[in-house]
Write a protein that binds this ligand. Structure first.
Ligand code: SF4
Length: 424
């Protein structure tokens, strides 16, 4: 892993899409960097993947004790106008890296983006539309948390172009919501889903299970309530204790391994019985309602991430680049003003591509078509032949000419399976 420092940029695109990549003396900032990335390199991608846009909103009313996302307590107010201006400038500076490419999906995540005012969100969407060409059927998702739901505001978000809502319910049980430190109670959770339903025909509910002192019957009741709203998509997460969270420091009493496994089995069976196909470790959808944005991540597609702490993965004909922006909102806004919000940037090495690709695609229950590997990594599939054989021999992977996918055992031991592709 070789970190590459990039020069700052305040310049707009200086070349036309598809222009011949030649190093240009005196061409500064991101435009110059973009041309550099078009030079011959170690990889050979036959096509660029679909490109998504991720926009991070870094504030929440209160920090949840289990949360390791880049989210910061609002403490009174947050600088909406300043942050929106930074997002626009960030996007302008990043344009040369995605010049000429259409946006396939957009995800506004956080944090709690639904803290944004209706006018603020409208401005953000209009900035994005001005600067980037969107696919005609671009999926545009926004995360929203109960406790921030006002019917009028959500009507307005819809009018601004948001066409999919992802609601962080987590539980419908007030005792569990309290133990998770959520700001909403069970009534607000139900009301939020009603508002989501009334304004968006496409929406997701996030639910967590194996919560502190949760019984199988309580987890069952939570899922039954979620299903009663017939959400097109469900994200069903097993609560885990992440490092650097309050729960990691003061662990709550969680169901033991056997109880958790029973709850997990119940969740998968109940969702399947209600007609939801499990297509990723935690993602379930009604037919035709898979999250296209998330699918693009899992299929090793490209994404430009703007906003505090946002990550990007961008492909060029001969290289794949990863970027991370400054995490603290204040540091991020200052860095944008100084001309470069990117804190870390590096090119993926040729021998990392196999692991990087498999880390994502093995999360998909249906796996991937074998030729996608070379298309997305720029490396032939035989580069990981030995690892594929080893995983197959252990019963963790299934493959034929049309498909490579984890087996049920592989999904149950996903970390082990993914790690096999790390070994040299
Ligand atoms: S609302 Fe979501 S992003 Fe914010 S602290 Fe809680 S879990 Fe984290």
């Amino acid at each position: 892993m070789i970190p590459i420092k990039v020069a700052g940029s305040t310049s707009r695109p200086a070349s036309k899409p598809g222009a011949t990549p030649a190093p240009q003396e005196g061409l500064s900032g991101a435009a110059g960097a973009a041309l550099k990335y078009l030079q011959p390199g170690a990889l050979s991608l036959t096509a660029l993947p679909p490109l998504s846009l991720y926009i991070h909103f870094p504030w929440c009313v209160k920090k949840c004790p289990y949360c390791d996302f880049n989210s910061h307590e609002v403490r009174g107010s947050f600088p909406e106008a300043e942050y929106l201006a930074a997002l626009r400038l960030d996007l302008e500076m990043a344009l040369p890296l995605v010049w000429g490419r259409k946006i396939h999906t957009i995800f506004i995540g956080g944090g709690t983006p639904s803290l944004m005012s209706a006018a603020g969100l409208d401005q953000l969407m209009s900035d994005v539309r001005t600067l980037l060409p969107l696919d005609g059927d671009c999926e545009i998702t926004m995360e929203a948390n109960p406790g921030t739901f006002e019917a009028e505001k959500f009507k307005s978000y819809r009018a601004s172009g948001i066409n999919r809502l992802s609601v962080g319910i987590q539980s419908f049980n007030s005792r569990h919501l309290q133990s998770l430190g959520r700001i909403h109670d069970d009534n607000e959770a139900r009301r939020a889903v009603d508002i989501a339903h009334a304004n968006f025909d496409n929406f997701n509910l996030d639910l967590m299970y194996a919560l502190p002192s949760q019984t199988l019957a309580e987890a069952q009741a939570d899922l039954a309530t979620a299903l009663s709203f017939a959400p097109p998509h469900l994200s069903l997460y097993h609560l885990t204790l992440e490092p650097n969270t309050l729960f990691a420091k003061y662990p709550p009493a969680l169901p033991d391994d056997d109880e958790s496994a029973d709850i997990a089995d119940m969740v998968a069976e109940t969702a399947a019985g209600a007609g939801y196909g499990r297509y990723e470790v935690s993602a379930y959808a009604q037919p035709g309602r898979r999250a296209r944005h998330n699918l693009n991540y899992w299929e090793f597609g490209d994404y430009l991430g703007i906003g505090a702490g946002a990550h990007s993965k961008l492909s060029f004909p001969h290289r794949v680049l990863r970027q991370a922006r400054y995490k603290q909102p204040k540091a991020y806004m200052e860095a944008v003003r100084a001309g470069n919000p990117v804190q870390e940037e590096r090119e993926l090495a040729r021998d990392e591509m196999g692991f990087e690709f498999m880390l994502n695609t093995l999360r998909l229950t249906g796996g991937f078509a074998p030729n996608l590997f070379a298309e997305r990594t720029g490396v032939p599939l035989n580069a990981i032949e030995r690892h594929l054989n080893a995983a197959e021999a252990k019963g963790l992977l299934y493959r034929d000419h049309q498909l490579i996918r984890p087996t049920e055992l592989g999904l149950a031991f996903l970390n082990d399976l993914q790690q096999m592709f790390l070994e040299g």
